[in-house]
Structures are given as structure tokens and as C-alpha cells.
Write a protein that binds this ligand. Structure first.
Ligand SMILES: [Fe+2]
Ligand SMILES: [Fe+2]
Length: 258
């Protein structure tokens, strides 16, 4: 993808929770995004109950307003009704590429996406010990982190962005009630983000967290849950735009420039 500007503008928002009554409700947001960005990233909970008809409404809301590439990850709500594969297919047909341990490169930036999972943060993170069902819970977080690492590793361009639903750090979920914090993310997701020196990570899920934090190595983390942005951005449109400086490839083939 050839760009005339030295930055890629990435709009990020999560937790659209598109429901059966969302017809017409999201179009104004998408229209503002289309004016402001080169890429749209959706950070999970795209639908409210993971229903195919909700996905069809979301696709209709996007159609006609958003012509830029759209990528995203699922959130827990997108799995609620057991139709995740059908929802993914409907969104795919509508131009929304759902990442699940894979990546896409757009305009010199690589986006690695996973849903992520829960388990908590730091020294108090849930460990794989005891009952089999508890080990299975921890295994889900470990596997999501491994998928994220594999996707980040395969990106060939210099800039990497991690796209998540669950948070990789406590910093962007902290104002939430302490009882729910372990269910809002996992430190296991932070490790690959640091190891591969990601430019940034974006996530949702923590509707009552804070908008920005950093990993232990300083990678910016943005909580872009729509309810949070609506509450914190005042009258401004509820999405974030990351301006990512493009590092030009030294020997770009002439055919790609033409
Ligand atoms: Fe949500
Ligand atoms: Fe969620």
C-alpha cells in the first residue's frame, strides 16, 4: 500500500457491542473515523451477543462509510452465542479481517492480533496449579500469549502494533473494582509486546479503566473501549488515532512505487 504521508494514521476503538437495535447508531462514528484515519482497528466485543444478525448490522453500518482497511479481534461477547465462526465469516465478507494469532501488514506497519484472556497481573497472576479446570483457565491465557508472540515474530516490517481485547497491563484497567481486575487481562500478554519492541498495543474490555498506560519497558498501551472513550473524551468523537511514523524501506522495488 503506497502512502504519500510519512505516518500511518490508525484509528482504534473497541467494545462497539453492536446489537439488534444498533442500526444507524454506529454510522456517525464510522464516518468520523473514515475522515481521520488510514486504517481502522476494532478491539473486540464487536457484537453484543455474538449473533450473526448483529454482525450483519455491523457490516451494514460500516458499508458505505468506511473505505479504509478494517482489522480487528474478537472479544468475549463475540463468543457468547457459539456462532463465532459464522460471525467471523460475515464480518470477513463485509471487509473486516478478524485476527486470531495472525497478522497483516498495512503501509509499513504490522498488526498482530489475538483476543487475549484473563488471569490477572504481575506477582498475583493466576498460576497453573491445582484443579484441572483452573489449569485449563491458565492455559487459555498462555496460548493466547503464544499466539501473539508467533504473530509478532512473523511481521517483516519495522513497526509492530499488538491488537487485543483483554489488557496486557494493569495500568489501563486499574480504576475498575478490584474484584474484577483479574478478569480484565493478563500480564502474559505483555511479555511478547516487550520482547518484540512493539510500537504500541491497543485493547478494550475494561469499560471503566483509563485510556493510556505503558508496559514495563515503556511500550504505550491504549485502552480504546468505546464506553470509556465516550466518558473521557467529552464531546470529541470516541476513538483514538495513533500516528505511526513510517520507516521507509531502503530498497523498495520500483514496481511497488509506480
Ligand atoms: Fe466490552
Ligand atoms: Fe469484553
Amino acid at each position: 500500500m503506497a502512502l504519500n504521508r510519512p505516518v500511518l494514521r490508525v484509528a482504534a476503538v473497541g467494545d462497539l457491542h453492536c446489537g439488534k437495535d444498533s442500526q444507524g447508531a454506529l454510522q456517525p462514528l464510522f464516518a468520523r473515523i473514515a475522515e481521520a484515519a488510514d486504517v481502522l482497528v476494532l478491539c473486540g466485543d464487536l457484537t453484543d451477543y455474538g449473533l450473526p444478525e448483529e454482525a450483519k448490522i455491523l457490516v451494514r453500518e460500516l458499508a458505505g462509510t468506511v473505505k479504509i482497511p478494517i482489522i480487528g479481534v474478537f472479544g468475549n461477547h463475540d463468543y457468547e452465542s457459539g456462532h463465532a465462526d459464522e460471525v467471523k465469516a460475515i464480518l470477513g465478507d463485509g471487509g473486516v479481517r478478524i485476527l486470531d494469532g495472525d497478522f497483516v501488514e498495512i503501509g509499513g506497519v504490522g498488526f498482530a492480533g489475538v483476543k487475549g484472556f484473563a488471569g490477572g497481573f504481575g506477582d498475583r497472576a493466576l498460576q497453573s496449579w491445582g484443579e484441572p479446570i483452573l489449569k485449563a483457565f491458565v492455559r487459555e491465557a498462555v496460548e493466547e500469549a503464544l499466539k501473539l508472540e508467533a504473530a509478532l515474530a512473523r511481521i517483516q516490517v519495522p513497526r509492530r502494533v499488538a491488537v487485543l481485547h483483554y489488557s496486557p497491563i494493569r495500568g489501563t484497567v486499574d480504576p475498575e473494582p478490584p474484584e474484577v481486575i483479574p478478569f480484565l487481562g493478563s500480564s502474559r500478554l505483555e511479555e511478547p509486546i516487550n520482547r518484540y519492541g512493539a510500537f504500541a498495543a491497543v485493547h478494550g474490555h475494561a469499560h471503566h479503566g483509563v485510556m493510556e498506560g505503558r508496559t514495563s519497558t515503556g511500550v504505550p498501551v491504549y485502552n480504546v473501549a468505546l464506553p470509556l472513550l465516550r466518558a473521557r473524551l467529552g464531546g470529541r468523537p470516541p476513538f483514538r488515532v495513533l500516528e505511526i511514523p513510517i520507516i521507509q524501506e531502503a530498497a523498495e522495488p520500483a514496481a511497488a512505487i509506480a
